[in-house]
Design a protein around this ligand. Structure first.
Ligand SMILES: [Zn+2]
Length: 217
């Protein structure tokens, strides 16, 4: 099963019709936040595969398009903020959950949370994860987030501190992947793949093609 994950930045080389050939064989597209809705809509339309997304700290409640439209969601895509979905894809089925946003660092941001608030969001997801275990034999396959887990792939300032709740989630529910953005990568030697217990934590900024059956770390 192939996953195309996107975050934080519109990549010019992807924002063109030729990506249908390049990524035509992906099973699912995942948006890890801070992306304009037009970019997500473009991906779902051109590649023609399901797209699930969460929000980043820079996402606004409304986005303004060049044709004058004002939109508050990506048409044809599914917002899985604080949700867990069971997705049937050509390559198999997938248990997918989303916890977007960043750590709270000022009073303005819509998608900013304290550590305690993110813990509560994880708690609200927990009944579904427990039910998955009974129904599907596992809690979760892929968690998409915007911010990284605490202590993993964090970058410098206080806006880029990761969440402790994601460590708790990986301790208890052992997803195969945690895919995040938010930590922009400027150096070739930056670490973007880390194993935490049974989970492969991958920074997907600004995009990453992932084979579900492959081990990256
Ligand atoms: Zn961000």
């Amino acid at each position: 099963m192939k996953i195309l994950a996107l975050s934080d930045e519109v990549v010019e080389s992807l924002y063109r019709p030729e990506i249908r050939e390049r990524f035509g064989d992906v099973d699912v597209i995942l948006g890890c936040g801070d992306l304009p809705f037009f970019y997500l809509e473009f991906m779902v339309t051109v590649i023609g595969k399901p797209l699930y997304y969460i929000h980043g700290n820079h996402d606004k409640p409304f986005q303004y398009l060049s044709d004058g439209r004002i939109i508050n969601r990506a048409e044809g895509c599914e917002d899985i903020e604080t949700k867990c979905v069971h997705v049937r894809l050509a390559g198999g089925d997938l248990l997918l959950a989303g916890l977007g946003g960043s750590i709270r660092y000022n009073e303005e941001g819509l998608h900013q949370y304290t550590q305690a608030e993110m813990n509560r969001r994880l708690l609200s997801l927990t009944p579904t994860l427990l039910a998955n275990r009974v129904r599907y034999g596992r809690y979760l396959d892929v968690l998409i987030t915007h911010a990284p887990p605490r202590g993993i792939h964090e970058s410098g300032d206080r806006a880029h501190i990761g969440f402790e709740a994601f460590l708790t989630l990986m301790d208890r529910f052992r997803p195969r992947f945690l895919l995040h953005g938010h930590s922009h990568v400027y150096r070739n030697d930056a670490i973007t793949a880390t194993r935490y217990k049974e989970t492969q934590v991958l920074n997907v900024y600004p995009y990453r093609l992932i084979d579900f059956d492959q081990n990256y770390v």
